[in-house]
Ligand binder design. Structure first.
Ligand code: FES
Length: 105
């Protein structure tokens, strides 16, 4: 079972066990991690589940055009930005360290 460490903007860390097949957003919701709003419920149309993947044990899947388009609307986008609703926990990705933005917009 992969472990996801969420780091809030203020540095508060939350390390949780994540189910394979769940999105990183769903893991955050399950454990009430502050900093991810997920207004569209995972449809990749709101961009309020933005996160920064600081470390991953394995390679991340490529972004699809919808994720790329939504992240393109984020002025705080960085090279490691992802929509957490589009990133699925799996043994092939393994453990993750995910930093959260100051606020979702
Ligand atoms: Fe809306 Fe991810 S929850 S884009």
């Amino acid at each position: 079972m992969p472990v996801v460490k969420f780091i809030e903007f203020d540095g508060t860390e939350h390390e949780v066990d994540a189910d394979n097949g769940a999105s990183v957003m769903e893991v955050a919701m399950k454990y009430d991690i502050p900093g991810i709003d997920a207004d569209c419920g995972g449809g990749a149309v709101c961009g309020t589940c933005h996160c920064f993947v600081e470390e991953a044990a394995g390679p991340l899947p490529d972004m699809d055009p919808q994720e790329e388009a939504m992240l393109g609307l984020r002025p705080d986008r960085e090279s490691n930005s992802r929509l957490s609703c589009q990133l699925t926990v799996s043994d092939s990705i393994g453990d993750l360290i995910v930093r959260l933005p100051e606020f979702q917009m």
